[in-house]
Design a protein around this ligand. Sequence first.
Ligand SMILES: Nc1nc2c(c(=O)[nH]1)N=C([C@H](O)[C@H](O)COP(=O)(O)OP(=O)(O)OP(=O)(O)O)CN2
Length: 137
Amino acid sequence: MIYITRRERFSAAHKLYREDWSQEQNEAVFGNCSNPNWHGHNYELFVTVKGELDPETGFLIDLKKMKQIILQHVISKLDHRNINLDVDFMQGKRASTEVIAMAIFDVLRPHFEAENVQLHAVKLYETENNFVEYFGG
Ligand SMILES: Nc1nc2c(c(=O)[nH]1)N=C([C@H](O)[C@H](O)COP(=O)(O)OP(=O)(O)OP(=O)(O)O)CN2
């Protein structure tokens, strides 16, 4: 079993809030991340897949293919977008780093399975100090 990781980046706006809470409640729980007029992050995404090497190529999966899957299904939907409003796979979900990482995992998993590799982990940095790792449910 071997693992390979591709890094991508995207910039996006979001806020952390619940519509069923007052602004005061949102601020008490989410702090300035609940600012009504949004705020942005430069996210860094690491996607790791695992499987067996193809002895003919020495590849687990062609990194160009890996890049294309991540760009098509994730980055193109998130980059320069509002995560709360614009992103189909985030509708009805909280835009926390944890939830975004889990949603990205669920989006990507079938596309890598179709390439005969297993999605191992999604690591998502929201800031240079804060990141989440998700290994599937
Ligand atoms: N469990 C979570 N907690 C928080 C999340 C989250 O996604 N999951 N998100 C936020 C804010 O959106 C934001 O990421 C926090 O920003 P900040 O604290 O400013 O992060 P920095 O790394 O820049 O902070 P330093 O204090 O400079 O380390 C809050 N909580």
